[in-house]
Ligand binder design. Structure first.
Ligand SMILES: [Zn+2]
Ligand SMILES: [Zn+2]
Length: 488
């Protein structure tokens, strides 16, 4: 993880928020390459799950919503962690995490000497167990109190209870609240889904592990509505679609590069399920911190629509034309964290290789996710015609893709730099491309394309680059593309 954090900072993927002021707690900023990577993940997710599917539509709702939304959803009453406070140093801990911390102890058996004792262990001198604050070792802890994880703010000029609003802790509720609007405006038939990608906020008390758990984060959520009375292949429709979504999401992460053996499904036990959930399955990824949740896919039944119908007084039902009956749809919810997905794609892409006795760091991003698609590099920056040609190629390719020009080092070093940020292809312009009139050598108009993963190179007429990258970045593999160029 430290390697990723340092690479992220050094190469402009992720910075600590407000770093010049010492940083802000568990919030991070995406840098020039991070913003490209993140927007590529989001765009590909939207394209695959919304744009290409006839049964999906999207929305983009406000972060601030009517406060009753959070009453109806249960967040006001139940979205809490039990917290204890130290009466001396005022530090606050999650009640269920206190015993997992090493603790400070002033031992009466050794004239009050201070010790730091490993989590859960007694003092080896006096045998005492922790009862006081684990941090300062002096203060008593309060009884546990429920602490709501929503960020609270005020709407309008007056800071009073009537104007309290919350930053949304999840994007899902906007899809339920807009169910009727979307259904009517788009004339949809069940089953259909509403997707949204956007920011959510949770005042986590123990956040951490880089961008894995943060207080401000982006979610990519889908609420997929089905008629619970329908059956598909002899099974209730909600159960059928739940399985389909688990498969589709798993396949999606594999398609864009996550290794098969670093992904697993984890079924929630009965004791772990939310009270409204019929079944929840997590897709876990083997992060640098160990196996952890990448996304969850829950069958939320008709809980949310019924709750919002109750609190709003509006009917949130679907009229089944064939059966001539109103039903409250069940909902299957594939919910993914964008920052977490980005961390997984980065961790999976990271390799340290040895090339001719030298270490090469490479991010083997899927070309669709890579922040930069092509780097155009002049072999000699002293030659005006080479530089001019290289810049013209960059400008032409940049009409379609994120393409950079770099002439600030020797070619070997430029390649390494691009490998380290995961650029799948480099184009070099050399003397043969533009010719050498002094030596009477004519221009061949060809440039070299270098493949990041195999480090193989092919020579291609410069005016065919658009077509070649159209194939390569559109999913054709290197070997096929190289063979085709070879055949002319
Ligand atoms: Zn304390
Ligand atoms: Zn002791």
């Amino acid at each position: 993880m430290d390697t990723l954090v340092s690479l992220s900072k050094r190469r402009g993927f992720v910075f600590q928020s407000s770093e010049i002021y010492g940083g802000a707690g568990s919030v991070w900023d995406y840098g020039p390459l991070g913003v490209e990577l993140k927007s590529n993940i989001k765009r590909v997710w939207w394209r695959d799950f919304v744009q290409r599917r006839p049964d999906m539509v999207g929305i983009d709702a406000s972060i601030l919503m009517h406060p009753t939304v959070w009453k109806a959803s249960g967040h006001l009453d139940h979205f809490t962690d039990p917290m204890v406070d130290c009466r001396e140093c005022k530090l606050r801990f999650r009640a269920d995490h206190v015993d997992a911390l090493p603790w400070t102890h002033y031992c009466p058996a050794t004239k009050g000497n201070k010790f730091t004792i490993p989590a859960g262990e007694p003092c080896s001198h006096c045998g005492a167990r922790r009862t006081l604050c684990p941090d300062c070792g002096k203060g008593e802890l309060t009884a546990p109190r429920q602490f709501n994880l929503m960020f609270k703010t005020f709407m309008g000029p007056v800071e009073e209870d009537a104007s309290i609003a919350y930053l949304r802790p999840e994007t899902a509720q906007a899809m339920f609240v807009n169910f009727e609007n979307v259904l009517q405006s788009m004339r949809l038939k069940l089953p259909f889904g509403i997707a949204q990608a956007g920011r959510s906020f949770r005042n986590e008390i123990t956040p951490g592990n880089f961008i894995f758990r943060t207080r401000e984060f982006e979610q990519m959520e889908i609420e997929y509505f089905v008629n619970p009375n329908d059956r598909v292949d002899g099974r209730p429709a909600d159960e059928h679609w739940h399985d389909r979504w688990i498969e589709d999401c798993l396949a999606w992460f594999r398609r864009y590069g996550l290794a098969e053996d670093s992904l697993r499904l984890r079924e929630h036990g009965k004791d772990e399920l939310s009270h409204y959930s019929k079944r929840t399955v997590d897709i876990d990824y083997r992060f640098p911190i160990g196996w952890s949740e990448l996304m969850g896919i829950a069958n939320r039944t008709d809980f949310d629509l019924k709750q919002h119908a109750k609190w709003s007084g509006k009917s949130l039902t679907y009229f089944d034309e064939e059966r001539k009956e109103h039903v409250v749809p069940y909902v299957v919810e594939p919910a993914a964290g964008l920052d977490r997905a980005l961390l997984a794609f980065m961790a999976d892409a990271y390799r340290e290789e040895e090339v001719r006795g030298e270490k090469r760091v490479v991010l083997r991003f899927h070309p669709e996710l890579a922040p930069v698609k092509v780097a155009v590099l002049p072999l000699l920056k002293k030659r005006d015609d080479i530089v001019r040609t290289a810049r013209a190629i960059r400008d032409e390719l940049a009409r379609q893709w994120r393409v950079v020009y770099d002439d600030t080092a020797a070619i070997g070093r430029l390649y390494r730099r691009q490998d380290e940020v995961g650029t799948p292809y480099c184009v070099t312009v050399d003397v043969q491309t533009v010719g050498d009139t002094d030596k009477g050598e004519s221009a061949d108009g060809k440039v070299t394309i270098r493949d990041r993963d195999s480090m193989e190179q092919i020579r291609v007429p410069a005016d065919r680059l658009g077509a070649v990258f159209g194939d390569l970045l559109g999913g054709q593999n290197w070997a096929e593309a190289a063979a085709r160029v070879g055949r002319g």
